[in-house]
Design a protein around this ligand. Structure first.
Ligand code: 3PG
Ligand code: MG
Length: 378
């Protein structure tokens, strides 16, 4: 995987460079980008290329509904620098805009998923997109687990490089595949059935492993406890996971009572009309010593339901990690809700190690050690 900073500046000046970014950001109720973390991290590559005098054609998807538009992204990108936004992908307007670009200009085209051939990974679509550039740069680490045309198709037609963010993500996560001991991993989220292989991989690689979020409900259920109306997975963890010497699960939970008040209690006392929405203080105290001693910490997935505002314990763990980072430990943290919850508390990368833009991509990389988008750059 060659990175763009290996191209001599003379090789970029005046060149049309396609940058596949992942600007798939959440939107608020008014349709504005509510979290610009991916834009901020992705801007470095665009800025590097524009400053080198390239004509930068930026491609991204947003959401899963093909009707969605990158207009809110174009608006939010203004805080980082100048971007010309053309709400067209392969039509007359897009071609006209690409053909009249000046050196150092940044052009953002419309949502790639407007065309079904993007997710179908159609070769003719990739070829048409490739015609917009002379060089292809993949900076979309967060989408590198998708075998889509803009990710694995375009590099078949153009000289291809990774962007600065892609390079940093892969380097950080390579360390996470082989963490320096003592190591500690935290995995939250839902759908145990999709995460079972990752859970087993982390149990064997990391010295201690804490399963949290809705995945912890699966642990309680597998242990025969009442979980009320909490979210549970289709498949539950089996004894090899539950009895693994590296395995840890929450020792207390926050539940929402029928009238939405929250209460902290032991998992053994959850009632059938209650919903588990977060861990509790004893669980944070339980894992604190592991974080304090760790040389490497990997974390993906908040402890509680971010969308319902349960961020307190996620932020408490981030605070513990910031102290570990301060004394020299390495940390890699990812997942959209995890990062959003952490950023709401005012903490950032300078205090927390590496914050990954990857959600599913980070998890899949940890399972397989590579991703289709990375392989396509070889
Ligand atoms: C993500 O947010 O995980 C990536 O942007 C990929 O999006 P997708 O899950 O809709 O393919
Ligand atoms: Mg190749």
């Amino acid at each position: 995987m060659k990175c763009i900073d290996e191209i001599p500046v003379s090789g970029l000046k005046g060149k049309r460079v396609i940058v596949r970014a992942d600007f798939n950001v959440p939107l608020d109720k008014s349709g504005k980008a509510s979290d610009v973390f991916r834009l901020k991290k992705g801007w470095a590559t665009i800025d590097f290329l524009a400053k080198a005098g390239a004509k930068v054609v930026v491609l991204s998807h947003i959401g899963r509904d093909p009707e969605e538009t990158l207009a809110p992204v174009a608006e939010a990108l203004k805080q980082f620098g100048k971007v010309v936004y053309v709400p067209d992908l392969l039509g007359v307007a897009a071609h006209a805009a690409v053909n009249t670009m000046t050196d150092g200009e940044v052009l953002l085209l419309e949502n790639l998923r407007r065309d079904p051939r993007e997710t179908e990974n159609a070769e003719d679509f990739a070829k048409d997109l490739a015609s917009f550039g002379e060089i292809y740069v993949d900076d979309a680490f967060a989408a590198a687990h998708r075998e889509h045309a803009s990710i694995v198709g375009i590099p078949k037609f153009l000289p291809h490089y990774c962007g600065l963010l892609m390079r940093d993500e892969v380097n950080a996560l390579k360390q996470a595949l082989n963490p320096q001991a003592p190591s500690f991993a935290i995995l939250g989220g839902a759908k145990f059935e999709t995460k079972a292989p990752l859970v087993r991989a982390l149990l064997s690689t990391y010295d201690h492993f804490f399963l949290t979020g809705a995945l912890a409900n699966d642990v309680f259920k597998a242990r025969g406890l009442e979980v009320g109306i909490s979210l549970v997975s289709k498949e539950l963890p089996t004894e090899d996971v539950l009895r693994h010497p590296h395995f840890l699960a929450p020792v207390d939970v926050t539940v929402e009572l029928p009238h939405k008040q929250a209460q902290v209690k032991k998992p053994e006392t959850v009632r059938n009309d209650e919903k588990i929405v977060d861990i509790g203080p004893d669980s944070v105290a339980q894992i604190a010593p592991f974080i304090e001693q760790a040389n490497f910490i990997l974390w993906n997935g908040p402890t509680g339901m971010y969308e319902s505002g349960y961020t307190h314990y996620t932020q408490a763990i981030a605070e513990l990690i910031s102290h570990a980072v301060e004394r020299g430990a390495k940390a890699v943290i990812g997942g959209g809700d995890t990062i959003a919850a952490i950023e709401e508390s005012g903490m950032d990368e300078s205090r927390l190690g590496f914050l990954s833009t990857g959600g599913g991509a980070m998890l899949e990389f940890m399972m397989k050690g590579t991703l289709p988008g990375i392989e396509a750059l070889n």
